[in-house]
Design a protein around this ligand. Structure first.
Ligand SMILES: Nc1ncnc2c1ncn2[C@@H]1O[C@H](COP(=O)(O)OP(=O)(O)O)[C@@H](O)[C@H]1O
Ligand SMILES: [Mg+2]
Length: 319
């Protein structure tokens, strides 16, 4: 295993940041750790890197203690916080980092892999937010690591930088690198990960391919305008797993959309504005994260202030 997390628990005082996380990542997997703010992603990442000590549980990275794996250059990390030495140039900073490792990449190559060759002579104090993120990415790749751990790597990047960043990532993952990246952007998890690990309130609530997570919620969704529809009657239709009614608008989550649609049309001839679509990852995440709330745990202190709508809002409001 590239990463083996077992029974991880971490609290900060009253805040139960991580409450029992088990996760194995095989070499070559690209895994998104997805969840709203406060879900426990960064705390998990910090324990994986040996930057935070678990209250309970254990971490192994390529079979070793995390500090050891990092010291041996097996792991490259890009963290959420951390300032870059403002007086150094980008090239000097990357060279300094390279010197800490046994078998680093040449500086030019690290810059090239991060797509920032043209920034080599720029003082780090003169970078845009997106450029600074890509310099952090160059620092993560300079040890030529087998495992890359990236905490919200594209925060603060504009659309152009995001595209360049993921293009650079694709080159690395095509070369067989193992990657764990935390994100609250659903589209990034959907587009770039082989596997999505969904966290909520310090726990993993779903783990699989983006498609498997979508299927976990239900196959398809039918929308229709039906004045005066009876929710109980809709729910009893074949192939229907869940029903929502807002005024004249009904939404049916379906296990068998073909059967449901036929039954719907014979039950309600007046149904109009019909649409059938696949559940997208956002639908699935909203459903799964609110389902987790239903089984609410006694101590949600950690994330009581945010909810699934949070990631939705962030998603919609970004450029
Ligand atoms: N150093 C810390 N001290 C106190 N609380 C913390 C600390 N780090 C994280 N937390 C809390 O732990 C919870 C999980 O945080 P975090 O792991 O950063 O989540 P995420 O990265 O998913 O947004 C949050 O409620 C956060 O406020
Ligand atoms: Mg975080």
């Amino acid at each position: 295993m590239a990463v083996h997390l077992s029974g991880l628990v971490k609290s900060y005082g009253e805040v139960h940041a991580v409450r029992g996380v088990d996760l194995d990542i095989a070499p070559g997997e690209v895994v998104a750790l997805l969840g709203p703010n406060g879900a426990g992603k960064s705390t998990t990442v910090d324990m994986l890197l040996g930057l935070a000590r678990p209250d309970q549980g254990s971490v192994a990275v390529f079979g070793a203690e995390p500090q050891q794996a990092v010291a041996q250059g097996h792991v490259g990390a890009m963290l959420q916080a951390g300032s870059l030495l403002p007086d150094a140039t980008v090239g000097e900073l990357v060279a300094m980092f390279a010197a800490l490792h046994r078998a680093p990449l040449p500086v030019e190559e690290a810059l090239e892999r991060a797509g920032i060759s043209e920034l080599a002579d720029r003082p780090t104090g003169k970078l845009s937010g997106g450029q600074a993120q890509r310099v952090r990415f160059a620092l993560a790749v300079v040890p030529d690591p087998d495992l890359l751990v990236l905490d919200e790597p594209t925060v603060g990047m504009d659309v152009e930088s995001r595209r360049a960043f993921w293009a650079a990532m694709r080159n690395l993952t095509a070369a067989g690198r193992t990657v764990l990246f935390a994100t609250h952007y659903l589209d990034e998890a959907d587009d770039y990960a082989d596997r999505v690990v969904l966290m909520r309130s310090g726990r993993i609530i779903a783990d699989g391919t983006a498609d498997a997570i979508k299927n976990q919620v239900s196959g398809r969704r039918i929308g229709a305008r039906i004045p005066g529809a009876d929710p109980a009657r809709l729910r009893a239709l074949p192939g229907v797993s869940d029903v929502a009614v807002h005024g004249d608008r009904v939404t049916l989550d379906c296990t068998d959309a073909d059967a449901a649609l036929r039954a719907l049309l014979s039950a309600y001839e007046q149904a109009s504005d019909l649409e059938v679509r696949s559940v997208d990852l956002e639908d699935a995440v909203v459903a799964l994260t609110s389902a987790a709330d239903d089984q609410s745990d006694e101590a949600r202190t950690g994330a009581a202030h945010d909810d699934a709508a949070h990631s939705r809002t962030d998603q919609e409001s970004r450029p």
